[in-house]
Design a protein around this ligand. Structure first.
Ligand code: ZN
Length: 565
């Protein structure tokens, strides 16, 4: 059986709702804990099926946004999804008010109960129309970005297809490609501003309807920060400013010197090496074959995993017209199948799909034993630990993809982890400002972004690019639109992944077993609980950031520039 054979049927809400209510009744009327536990399991089986259908629809829509059937199904889930969510909320009420709550807590993982509490704080039936509107606006943004047809070099390209030109060896091509992209953003400026302005006001209204001071508070509840708060995050941003921004600035200077340029403009930043950025060698099929070989050699567990993924066509990797941008990994419970989506474009990012997204997929594959939808994955910052760590755990095989450019790839990967963290923190800081001050105008928002950009990325010089000088860079950052406050999660996870990296450098024999154990835990523990279980240090603790940067700097310093040409 392959992905193409997986059956999609739209659930009929009108028959499903009474069935669900009957099951919920069995749960609340249970005379003892054992009966209630069985009723809970039956409800979870039904919920798992609904979620599988929604996921299948969403995958197939993202593969071909011009497919009318799945566009219709996508609209259905946009509109009806919140009604299904309301059924979950009724389950959460029933669970949290159960007389057998202690018995339930003894059997089911603690995060399930914390997530249920957050869901109740973040939902009331009267916000359903507002949530539907929020979904619609997010979809509008995604569709607009996917529809981009950018004239460049005599061709018409999508944003993903423009990617390779950003790392052209020819400086004028790099500038022209970036200009083409920002010209498209600028031409759509009022449409994108309008979508975001509506989203900000809508989210503020949702937060206030639920009794929060503003959307920042609701954002933390929605993001399910189970064991840390905005103060801890602000302190983390400060540590990044003090500890990582200076390292990143040194790397920018080293890049300029290596390229023989006096000064780096924004269009030079992705171009790290005179001979061009490392590119994987071979066709997409070669890359996929090398990935399969790599996972067979890494461990028996990853070997079994990659066979499952390829035998069942659970990878859709190549860029096509009409396909949504970006990449993701998801999970279809009914078929116990992870799914990986990407847009190969001939850059090192193609290999990173096979390490990063495969890290996500490997975790959920190891967590197939978990039958409660809420805890098959951990909360999002923890999810990125698996993916970003897999990028480092697969370092010994990178020569299969990059051949003689392997040192360049490794340097680029590690250096970009240092330059990425300040960017990630900037995106987070920006959103705190936006949602704490929802009355800012689109112009003021862009100005605020540019102001913060100068704090975290002081090297950014947009030359004569008016749109970017006015603070428009974040228009391309989808998370800002569809997943508010998500971005900090990547930086928290990166600090965990870099600890695994440091341990591989120190030849720690327990790296793989700790990583595997982490994947098997899925979402049965909270972020700091998982960090502890994997024998890692909390990114919030003083000294963690410093210990990582010193190791990375010494690895980077040990690679001479002569190896990087
Ligand atoms: Zn990821």
């Amino acid at each position: 059986m392959t992905f193409q054979d997986y059956t999609y049927t739209r659930p009929d809400f009108d028959t499903l709702k009474p069935k669900f209510e009957a099951m919920l009744n069995d749960f609340t009327q249970a005379k003892d804990a054992a009966t209630q536990i069985e009723a809970f399991k039956a409800i979870n089986a039904t919920r798992t099926h609904i979620q599988s259908m929604q996921t299948l629809s969403s995958i197939r829509h993202s593969i071909d946004t011009t497919d009318a059937f799945y566009e219709g199904e996508n609209n259905y889930w946009d509109e009806q999804g919140p009604l299904y969510e309301e059924l979950n909320v009724r389950l959460y009420h029933a669970v949290l008010n159960s007389p057998f709550i202690n018995e339930l807590k003894a059997v089911f993982p603690k995060p399930f109960f914390q997530l249920a509490e957050n869901a109740l704080k973040g939902f009331k039936p009267e916000i359903i129309p507002l949530l539907q509107e929020e979904n619609k606006l997010s979809s509008q943004y995604a569709k607009l970005i996917a529809s981009a047809q950018i004239p460049f070099d005599g061709k018409t390209l999508t944003l993903a297809q423009l990617g390779p030109h950003f790392i052209s060896e020819d400086r004028s091509v790099r500038e022209a490609a970036q200009k083409a992209k920002s010209d498209w953003m600028s031409a759509n400026e009022s449409a994108i501003d309008d979508i975001y302005d509506q989203l900000v006001h809508l989210r503020d209204k949702i937060a206030k309807t639920l009794g929060f001071k503003n959307f920042v508070e609701l954002g933390y509840v929605r993001m399910n920060r189970l064991d840390y708060n905005a103060d801890m995050v602000a302190n983390f941003r400060k540590q990044v400013r003090d500890g990582i921004v200076p390292v990143a600035q040194k790397l920018i200077k080293r890049q300029a010197k290596r390229l023989g340029l006096d000064h780096l403009y924004y269009y030079d930043l992705p171009y790290e090496f005179k001979s061009g950025n490392p590119k994987p060698v071979g066709t997409p099929d070669d890359i996929i074959a090398a990935g399969r070989e790599m996972y067979h050699e890494l461990s028996p567990e990853t070997g079994e995993f990659i066979d499952f993924m390829t035998d069942r066509n659970l990878l859709d990797l190549v860029a096509k017209k009409g396909k949504q941008s970006g990449g993701y990994c998801t999970y279809i419970s009914d078929y116990a199948s992870p799914f990986i989506f990407s847009n190969f474009n001939g850059t090192q990012g193609d290999v990173e799909v096979l390490t990063h997204e495969a890290g996500h997929a490997f975790q959920v594959f190891q967590s197939r034993w978990i039958d409660i939808p809420e805890v098959q994955w951990p909360t999002l910052e923890s999810c990125e630990i698996h993916s970003m760590s897999m990028e480092f755990l697969t370092w010994p095989w990178m020569d299969r993809f990059f051949k003689e450019q392997t040192p360049k790839f490794k340097f680029s990967h590690l250096a970009s982890s240092m330059t990425f963290i300040p960017y990630g923190v900037l995106i987070d800081h920006f959103q705190h400002e936006v949602y704490a001050n929802p009355e800012m105008t689109p112009t003021q928002r862009k100005a605020k972004f540019r102001e913060l950009e100068q704090v975290y990325l002081p090297h950014k010089d947009y030359k004569d690019n008016d749109f970017l000088n006015r603070g428009g860079f974040w228009f391309q950052q989808g998370h800002v639109f569809h997943a508010p406050f998500y971005y900090i999660d990547y930086t928290l996870a990166q600090l965990c992944a870099l600890q695994f990296f440091k341990r591989t450098q120190d030849n720690d024999p327990n790296v793989w077993s700790d990583y595997l154990a982490l994947c098997k835990l899925g979402g049965t523990k909270s972020f700091l609980g998982l960090v502890e279980a994997a024998n890692l240090k909390s990114p919030f603790s003083d000294g963690t950031v410093a210990s990582i940067t010193s190791t990375i700097e010494s690895v980077l310093d040990a690679i001479p520039d002569s190896e990087l040409n």
